[in-house]
Write a protein that binds this ligand. Sequence first.
Ligand code: G3H
Ligand code: 13P
Ligand code: ZN
Length: 316
Amino acid sequence: MIVTTKKLFELAYGKYAIGAYNINNLEQAMGLFRGCLDSKAPFIIQISKGARTYTEKRMLEAIIRAADQVFPESIFAVHLDHGDEAACMECIASGIYSSVMIDASHEPFDKNIATTKKVVDAAHAKGIVVEAELGQLGGVEEHVQVDEKNANLTDPKQAKEFVTRSGCDSLAVAIGTSHGAYKFTGSQGLHFDVLTEIQKRLPKFPLVMHGSSSVPQEEVERINKAGGALKGAKGVNENEFARAATLGVTKVNIDTDGRLVWTRVHREFFRDKPEKFDLRDPGKIFMGEYAKFIVHKNEKLGSAGKLDEIRKAIAK
Ligand code: G3H
Ligand code: 13P
Ligand code: ZN
Protein backbone atom coordinates (compact mmCIF):
# COMPACT_ATOMS: atom_id res chain seq x y z
CA MET A 1 0.00 0.00 0.00
CA ILE A 2 1.33 3.40 -0.95
CA VAL A 3 1.05 5.82 1.98
CA THR A 4 2.08 9.40 2.55
CA THR A 5 5.65 10.05 3.56
CA LYS A 6 4.23 12.46 6.14
CA LYS A 7 2.40 9.65 7.93
CA LEU A 8 5.49 7.43 8.03
CA PHE A 9 7.51 10.31 9.47
CA GLU A 10 4.91 11.04 12.17
CA LEU A 11 4.95 7.43 13.30
CA ALA A 12 8.72 6.96 13.22
CA TYR A 13 10.05 10.31 14.45
CA GLY A 14 12.52 10.03 17.32
CA LYS A 15 12.12 6.26 17.57
CA TYR A 16 13.62 4.79 14.42
CA ALA A 17 14.55 5.76 10.87
CA ILE A 18 12.85 4.72 7.66
CA GLY A 19 15.13 3.31 4.95
CA ALA A 20 14.86 5.21 1.67
CA TYR A 21 16.21 2.94 -1.04
CA ASN A 22 16.99 4.00 -4.60
CA ILE A 23 15.85 1.75 -7.38
CA ASN A 24 16.66 1.71 -11.07
CA ASN A 25 15.24 -1.57 -12.29
CA LEU A 26 12.97 -4.55 -11.76
CA GLU A 27 15.46 -6.70 -9.87
CA GLN A 28 16.12 -3.99 -7.30
CA ALA A 29 12.38 -3.45 -6.86
CA MET A 30 11.79 -7.18 -6.31
CA GLY A 31 14.61 -7.49 -3.77
CA LEU A 32 13.51 -4.34 -1.96
CA PHE A 33 9.87 -5.34 -1.54
CA ARG A 34 10.82 -8.91 -0.57
CA GLY A 35 13.39 -7.70 1.99
CA CYS A 36 11.00 -5.18 3.54
CA LEU A 37 8.26 -7.79 3.89
CA ASP A 38 10.72 -10.35 5.30
CA SER A 39 11.79 -7.81 7.93
CA LYS A 40 8.25 -6.44 8.38
CA ALA A 41 9.42 -2.89 7.74
CA PRO A 42 7.83 0.20 6.21
CA PHE A 43 10.07 1.85 3.65
CA ILE A 44 10.49 4.59 1.09
CA ILE A 45 11.22 3.68 -2.50
CA GLN A 46 13.03 6.52 -4.19
CA ILE A 47 13.79 7.38 -7.77
CA SER A 48 16.52 9.80 -8.76
CA LYS A 49 16.53 11.96 -11.86
CA GLY A 50 19.15 9.63 -13.29
CA ALA A 51 16.94 6.61 -12.60
CA ARG A 52 14.03 8.31 -14.33
CA THR A 53 16.05 8.78 -17.49
CA TYR A 54 17.90 5.42 -17.34
CA THR A 55 15.06 3.79 -19.26
CA GLU A 56 11.87 5.82 -19.33
CA LYS A 57 10.33 7.32 -16.23
CA ARG A 58 6.99 5.56 -16.77
CA MET A 59 8.74 2.17 -16.65
CA LEU A 60 9.82 2.61 -13.03
CA GLU A 61 6.45 4.03 -12.04
CA ALA A 62 4.77 1.01 -13.63
CA ILE A 63 7.14 -1.35 -11.79
CA ILE A 64 6.20 0.31 -8.49
CA ARG A 65 2.47 0.09 -9.25
CA ALA A 66 2.88 -3.59 -10.13
CA ALA A 67 4.95 -4.27 -7.00
CA ASP A 68 2.15 -2.76 -4.93
CA GLN A 69 -0.14 -5.49 -6.30
CA VAL A 70 2.40 -8.31 -6.14
CA PHE A 71 3.25 -7.45 -2.49
CA PRO A 72 -0.11 -6.25 -1.10
CA GLU A 73 1.09 -6.46 2.50
CA SER A 74 3.83 -3.88 2.00
CA ILE A 75 3.52 -0.31 3.28
CA PHE A 76 5.68 2.26 1.55
CA ALA A 77 5.99 5.79 0.21
CA VAL A 78 7.23 6.80 -3.23
CA HIS A 79 9.75 9.62 -3.38
CA LEU A 80 11.63 11.66 -5.99
CA ASP A 81 15.30 11.83 -4.96
CA HIS A 82 17.36 14.97 -5.78
CA GLY A 83 14.85 16.59 -8.10
CA ASP A 84 15.16 19.97 -9.77
CA GLU A 85 12.12 22.19 -10.12
CA ALA A 86 11.00 20.65 -13.43
CA ALA A 87 11.33 17.04 -12.19
CA CYS A 88 9.43 17.91 -9.00
CA MET A 89 6.56 19.44 -10.99
CA GLU A 90 6.38 16.35 -13.22
CA CYS A 91 6.31 14.00 -10.24
CA ILE A 92 3.73 16.09 -8.42
CA ALA A 93 1.50 15.71 -11.48
CA SER A 94 2.22 12.00 -11.99
CA GLY A 95 -0.13 10.71 -9.30
CA ILE A 96 2.18 8.09 -7.78
CA TYR A 97 4.63 10.13 -5.71
CA SER A 98 4.04 10.63 -1.98
CA SER A 99 6.86 13.15 -1.71
CA VAL A 100 9.47 14.96 -3.75
CA MET A 101 12.91 16.30 -2.96
CA ILE A 102 13.80 19.67 -4.37
CA ASP A 103 17.57 19.91 -4.25
CA ALA A 104 18.55 23.54 -4.68
CA SER A 105 21.31 23.21 -2.09
CA HIS A 106 23.90 24.43 -4.60
CA GLU A 107 22.04 27.76 -4.87
CA PRO A 108 22.59 30.74 -2.55
CA PHE A 109 20.45 30.61 0.62
CA ASP A 110 17.66 32.95 -0.57
CA LYS A 111 17.43 31.32 -4.00
CA ASN A 112 17.31 27.86 -2.38
CA ILE A 113 14.39 29.08 -0.24
CA ALA A 114 12.56 30.65 -3.20
CA THR A 115 12.88 27.53 -5.39
CA THR A 116 11.89 25.25 -2.52
CA LYS A 117 8.86 27.41 -1.71
CA LYS A 118 7.63 27.22 -5.31
CA VAL A 119 7.75 23.42 -5.18
CA VAL A 120 6.16 23.36 -1.70
CA ASP A 121 3.20 25.43 -2.91
CA ALA A 122 2.60 23.11 -5.88
CA ALA A 123 3.11 19.93 -3.87
CA HIS A 124 0.95 20.88 -0.88
CA ALA A 125 -1.91 21.70 -3.22
CA LYS A 126 -1.87 17.99 -4.15
CA GLY A 127 -1.25 16.60 -0.63
CA ILE A 128 2.39 15.80 -1.43
CA VAL A 129 5.18 16.66 1.00
CA VAL A 130 8.55 18.16 0.17
CA GLU A 131 12.09 17.40 1.27
CA ALA A 132 14.61 20.20 0.76
CA GLU A 133 18.36 20.35 1.34
CA LEU A 134 20.51 22.87 3.13
CA GLY A 135 24.29 22.59 3.23
CA GLN A 136 26.35 20.52 0.85
CA LEU A 137 27.45 16.97 1.20
CA GLY A 138 30.99 16.04 0.28
CA GLY A 139 31.52 13.70 -2.65
CA VAL A 140 29.91 13.64 -6.04
CA GLU A 141 26.29 14.33 -6.95
CA GLU A 142 24.90 14.44 -10.45
CA HIS A 143 25.16 18.18 -10.83
CA VAL A 144 27.76 19.33 -8.34
CA GLN A 145 31.16 18.27 -7.03
CA VAL A 146 32.38 19.19 -3.56
CA ASP A 147 35.61 18.05 -1.98
CA GLU A 148 35.04 16.44 1.38
CA LYS A 149 37.36 18.88 3.10
CA ASN A 150 35.31 21.78 1.75
CA ALA A 151 32.00 20.14 2.53
CA ASN A 152 29.64 22.75 3.80
CA LEU A 153 27.87 21.29 6.83
CA THR A 154 24.37 22.56 7.57
CA ASP A 155 24.32 25.63 9.78
CA PRO A 156 21.75 24.93 12.55
CA LYS A 157 20.68 28.59 12.80
CA GLN A 158 20.10 28.78 9.06
CA ALA A 159 18.21 25.47 9.17
CA LYS A 160 15.49 26.96 11.36
CA GLU A 161 15.12 30.03 9.15
CA PHE A 162 15.17 27.88 6.01
CA VAL A 163 12.35 25.63 7.20
CA THR A 164 10.22 28.52 8.40
CA ARG A 165 10.56 30.54 5.22
CA SER A 166 10.38 27.69 2.68
CA GLY A 167 7.59 25.67 4.32
CA CYS A 168 9.36 22.38 3.52
CA ASP A 169 8.22 19.26 5.38
CA SER A 170 11.60 17.59 5.96
CA LEU A 171 15.18 18.71 5.63
CA ALA A 172 18.23 16.94 4.25
CA VAL A 173 21.13 18.01 6.42
CA ALA A 174 24.84 17.82 5.71
CA ILE A 175 26.42 16.26 8.80
CA GLY A 176 29.57 14.76 7.34
CA THR A 177 28.34 12.13 4.91
CA SER A 178 28.80 12.15 1.16
CA HIS A 179 27.37 10.22 -1.75
CA GLY A 180 29.14 7.21 -3.20
CA ALA A 181 31.60 4.63 -1.88
CA TYR A 182 34.37 6.97 -0.60
CA LYS A 183 32.91 8.90 2.28
CA PHE A 184 35.51 9.12 4.98
CA THR A 185 39.22 8.98 5.46
CA GLY A 186 40.85 8.15 8.80
CA SER A 187 38.62 8.47 11.84
CA GLN A 188 36.07 10.90 10.39
CA GLY A 189 32.40 10.15 10.97
CA LEU A 190 29.00 11.70 11.56
CA HIS A 191 28.92 15.18 13.15
CA PHE A 192 26.54 14.47 16.02
CA ASP A 193 27.34 17.90 17.47
CA VAL A 194 25.82 19.61 14.42
CA LEU A 195 22.86 17.23 14.38
CA THR A 196 22.14 17.91 18.05
CA GLU A 197 22.12 21.66 17.42
CA ILE A 198 19.80 21.28 14.43
CA GLN A 199 17.33 19.20 16.43
CA LYS A 200 17.36 21.74 19.28
CA ARG A 201 16.24 24.43 16.84
CA LEU A 202 13.88 22.17 14.91
CA PRO A 203 12.32 19.85 17.49
CA LYS A 204 9.99 17.17 16.07
CA PHE A 205 10.95 18.14 12.51
CA PRO A 206 12.01 15.15 10.34
CA LEU A 207 15.61 15.31 9.17
CA VAL A 208 17.05 13.30 6.31
CA MET A 209 20.51 11.80 6.08
CA HIS A 210 21.78 11.40 2.54
CA GLY A 211 24.94 9.48 1.71
CA SER A 212 24.16 6.84 4.33
CA SER A 213 25.58 3.70 2.73
CA SER A 214 27.88 1.83 5.06
CA VAL A 215 30.04 0.36 2.26
CA PRO A 216 30.56 -3.00 4.02
CA GLN A 217 34.22 -3.92 3.92
CA GLU A 218 33.41 -7.57 3.29
CA GLU A 219 31.47 -6.53 0.19
CA VAL A 220 34.37 -4.40 -1.04
CA GLU A 221 36.86 -7.25 -0.47
CA ARG A 222 34.69 -9.73 -2.36
CA ILE A 223 34.30 -7.31 -5.27
CA ASN A 224 38.05 -6.71 -5.41
CA LYS A 225 38.78 -10.44 -5.21
CA ALA A 226 36.48 -11.00 -8.15
CA GLY A 227 38.31 -8.46 -10.33
CA GLY A 228 37.09 -5.12 -8.95
CA ALA A 229 39.30 -2.18 -8.05
CA LEU A 230 37.60 -0.29 -5.20
CA LYS A 231 40.51 1.10 -3.20
CA GLY A 232 39.92 2.81 0.13
CA ALA A 233 36.11 2.68 -0.05
CA LYS A 234 34.54 3.54 3.32
CA GLY A 235 31.03 4.35 4.52
CA VAL A 236 28.91 5.34 7.50
CA ASN A 237 29.02 3.22 10.65
CA GLU A 238 25.57 1.60 10.57
CA ASN A 239 25.60 1.23 14.35
CA GLU A 240 25.22 5.03 14.50
CA PHE A 241 21.80 5.04 12.77
CA ALA A 242 19.94 4.45 16.04
CA ARG A 243 21.54 7.47 17.73
CA ALA A 244 20.90 9.62 14.66
CA ALA A 245 17.22 8.54 14.75
CA THR A 246 16.81 9.75 18.34
CA LEU A 247 18.21 13.11 17.17
CA GLY A 248 15.53 13.51 14.49
CA VAL A 249 16.94 11.64 11.49
CA THR A 250 13.78 9.97 10.21
CA LYS A 251 14.81 9.09 6.64
CA VAL A 252 18.10 7.42 5.77
CA ASN A 253 19.08 7.32 2.06
CA ILE A 254 20.85 4.22 0.79
CA ASP A 255 21.84 3.64 -2.81
CA THR A 256 25.55 2.80 -3.08
CA ASP A 257 25.32 -0.29 -0.84
CA GLY A 258 22.74 -1.80 -3.19
CA ARG A 259 25.04 -1.14 -6.14
CA LEU A 260 27.83 -2.94 -4.29
CA VAL A 261 25.60 -5.99 -3.77
CA TRP A 262 24.81 -5.97 -7.51
CA THR A 263 28.50 -5.67 -8.44
CA ARG A 264 29.61 -8.43 -6.07
CA VAL A 265 26.92 -10.85 -7.24
CA HIS A 266 27.62 -10.30 -10.92
CA ARG A 267 31.42 -10.26 -10.67
CA GLU A 268 31.46 -13.49 -8.64
CA PHE A 269 28.87 -15.14 -10.85
CA PHE A 270 30.70 -14.58 -14.12
CA ARG A 271 34.10 -15.33 -12.54
CA ASP A 272 32.84 -18.69 -11.25
CA LYS A 273 30.63 -19.60 -14.21
CA PRO A 274 32.31 -18.23 -17.33
CA GLU A 275 30.27 -20.51 -19.57
CA LYS A 276 26.94 -18.92 -18.50
CA PHE A 277 25.16 -16.13 -20.35
CA ASP A 278 21.55 -16.13 -19.15
CA LEU A 279 21.02 -12.80 -17.40
CA ARG A 280 18.32 -14.36 -15.23
CA ASP A 281 20.84 -16.58 -13.43
CA PRO A 282 22.75 -13.78 -11.69
CA GLY A 283 19.51 -11.75 -11.61
CA LYS A 284 17.86 -14.34 -9.38
CA ILE A 285 20.87 -14.44 -7.07
CA PHE A 286 20.91 -10.65 -6.90
CA MET A 287 17.23 -10.40 -5.91
CA GLY A 288 17.80 -12.81 -3.02
CA GLU A 289 21.02 -11.15 -1.89
CA TYR A 290 19.52 -7.67 -2.12
CA ALA A 291 16.52 -8.80 -0.07
CA LYS A 292 18.90 -10.12 2.63
CA PHE A 293 20.82 -6.85 2.60
CA ILE A 294 17.56 -4.90 3.04
CA VAL A 295 16.55 -7.05 6.01
CA HIS A 296 19.88 -6.31 7.69
CA LYS A 297 19.62 -2.55 7.00
CA ASN A 298 16.08 -2.32 8.35
CA GLU A 299 17.24 -4.04 11.52
CA LYS A 300 20.00 -1.44 11.93
CA LEU A 301 17.58 1.42 11.20
CA GLY A 302 15.09 0.11 13.74
CA SER A 303 12.27 -0.05 11.16
CA ALA A 304 12.24 -3.87 11.13
CA GLY A 305 9.19 -5.32 12.86
CA LYS A 306 7.19 -2.04 12.73
CA LEU A 307 4.84 -2.98 9.89
CA ASP A 308 1.94 -4.16 12.04
CA GLU A 309 1.88 -1.10 14.29
CA ILE A 310 2.07 1.13 11.22
CA ARG A 311 -0.81 -0.77 9.62
CA LYS A 312 -2.92 -0.30 12.76
CA ALA A 313 -2.10 3.40 13.03
CA ILE A 314 -2.99 3.97 9.38
CA ALA A 315 -6.29 2.10 9.70
CA LYS A 316 -7.45 4.36 12.55
O1 G3H B 1 22.16 10.79 -4.32
C1 G3H B 1 22.30 10.21 -5.37
C2 G3H B 1 21.74 8.83 -5.49
O2 G3H B 1 22.66 7.88 -5.08
C3 G3H B 1 21.24 8.61 -6.88
O3 G3H B 1 22.29 8.41 -7.75
O4 G3H B 1 21.80 10.09 -9.49
O5 G3H B 1 23.32 8.16 -9.95
O6 G3H B 1 20.86 7.79 -9.69
P1 G3H B 1 22.05 8.63 -9.33
P1 13P C 1 24.75 6.64 -0.77
O1 13P C 1 25.61 6.99 -1.96
O2 13P C 1 25.54 6.69 0.49
O3 13P C 1 24.05 5.36 -0.93
O4 13P C 1 23.64 7.80 -0.65
C1 13P C 1 22.46 7.73 -1.39
C2 13P C 1 21.68 8.98 -1.33
O5 13P C 1 21.91 9.88 -0.57
C3 13P C 1 20.55 9.08 -2.27
O6 13P C 1 19.94 10.33 -2.24
ZN1 ZN D 1 21.33 11.91 -1.81
